[in-house]
Design a protein around this ligand. Structure first.
Ligand SMILES: *Cc1c(COP(=O)(O)O)cnc(C)c1O
Length: 433
């Protein structure tokens, strides 16, 4: 009824709610027009509210959201300040740390492509994982975490969560429903899943994990950095989806940023409050560049993933290679599950060499001209790293594991580069026994 409505500075609350910065938090991403579009179109169209920020009296507007640099937000009146403080996770701008139109646009776009209610940006992918977990546990609670979790998130659970008396059990990523159910405790409040796992590319049955977790009243947090745009964890019931936007979304190896999408209002409130409490939102330039990267993610992902699969198949034919770990390969033991859950493929995979001396592997890696030695995968430039497979039975004839992130170069050039690297590998030494 009209008399129950909130009026702030003479503005009806319904009108305030129509502003995109407030609407997406209070009512979720309600842009049905964009929601009904296909994913590539969503990436290009999501969160365009340029008219709201930059329209001049002639109706002219810049196309992209401006980069707003702010700590301070100013208020016309104490009433508007009070409104902003009344429910910080939902009432839009208040102070730099609570976000501005640049971060809100990125958050809205991410929530749209993940199919979430709303989203929160953080200062790194690591902060996204860790804040998402902290949002749902307190002292005495228990978390089930995939054994193949992004290693710094594992370290966080071993150092920080332990310090606050949160118990963590690590489960094998390809665990069966029966075994998984056995690990659930009365105090299990959150399950962390990452599929495929960072270095070994083992998949988890997310639908099974969600069912088991929800029966026990635990939330499921899924790190979707590898599969963002080709895998939709919310559709399988995951409550929270995180993404290291430093990788594929940023796409140019020039920013550090994380994103958290929440499936509903209550879940969004918890993660938003945790990110605010921890004080870890990103800066506006990184938000802008992440949104700019997100716009081209669809086409980059398709192109780079196709090259990656082609190179993975070629590697399978090499005598120097013991096996290739890429879930889109028919040889991957969980390829069927992969085809069930993923609508495309990604840019990062691993392969294991036969047994060569470490020095030979180092010579090979250092000889490459088109693969830089480095970690933050998902960019335009191909990368290589020497990785370790946790809890993996190597077997006597197997050697070291290399991880490739395939960029936008021509795959033929990349294969020629690797071919020369293999020649160096083989010439360097005899096969170690
Ligand atoms: C890199 C990465 C992260 C962390 O992202 P940063 O932005 O570098 O902190 C989290 N999860 C996965 C799967 C990653 O590869």
């Amino acid at each position: 009824m009209a008399e129950n409505r909130n009026i702030i500075d003479g503005v009806d609350e319904e009108t305030i709610l129509e502003h995109p910065n407030i609407k997406m938090h209070r009512r979720g991403v309600v842009d049905d027009e964009v929601k009904s579009l296909r994913r590539d179109t969503q990436m290009v169209r999501a969160a365009f509210h340029n008219e709201t920020w930059t329209t001049d009296p002639l109706g002219r507007s810049v196309l992209n959201v401006p980069v707003y640099h702010n700590s301070t937000v100013t208020f016309k009146s104490v009433a508007s300040l009070d409104y902003s403080m009344s429910d910080i996770a939902f009432t839009g701008m208040l102070y730099g740390i609570h976000g501005n139109p640049t971060s809100f646009a990125l958050e809205e776009a991410f929530a749209i492509i993940e199919g979430g209610y709303s989203a929160v940006a953080t200062s790194s992918g690591l902060a996204s994982n860790n804040a998402a977990l902290m949002a749902f546990v307190e002292a005495g609670d228990h978390i089930l975490m995939t054994d193949g979790a992004y290693y710094p998130t594992k370290l966080f659970s071993k150092r920080i969560l332990k310090k606050f008396c949160v118990e963590v059990t690590y489960y094998p990523p390809d665990i069966s429903a029966r075994e998984f159910a056995k690990l659930i405790q009365a105090n299990t409040k959150a399950v962390y899943v990452e599929t495929p796992t960072s270095n070994s590319f083992v998949l988890s049955d997310v639908a099974m994990i969600v069912q088991s977790a929800h029966e026990a009243g635990a939330v499921v947090v899924c790190d979707n950095s590898w599969g963002g745009s080709i895998f939709k964890p919310h559709d399988l019931g995951c409550d929270v989806v995180t993404n290291a936007a430093s990788k594929l979304i940023g796409g140019h190896s020039d920013l550090i940023l994380g994103l958290i999408s929440a499936k509903d209002e209550q879940t969004y409130r918890k993660v938003k409050e945790m990110v605010t409490d921890l004080g870890c939102p990103p800066g506006p330039d990184d938000c802008y560049n992440a949104l700019r990267g997100l716009r081209t993610l669809g086409i980059r992902m398709k192109h780079q993933a196709e090259s990656a699969l082609r190179i993975a198949e070629w590697l399978e034919s090499r005598t120097e290679v013991a096996r290739v770990m890429h879930p889109a390969l028919k040889s991957h033991p969980q390829n069927e599950l992969f085809r069930r859950d993923f609508s495309g493929s990604s840019v990062l995979f691993g392969f294991q060499l036969r047994s060569f001396e470490h020095a030979a592997v180092v010579s090979m890696v250092e000889s490459l001209k088109l693969f830089s030695l480095g970690f933050s995968w998902g960019g335009l430039n191909s990368l290589i790293s020497i990785t370790e497979l946790p809890n993996w039975d190597y077997g006597a004839e197997l050697g070291e594991t290399l991880r490739l992130s395939i960029g936008l170069e021509d795959p033929l050039d990349l294969m020629e580069d690797l071919d020369k690297g293999f020649q160096i590998l083989c010439s360097h030494s005899t096969v170690a026994s």
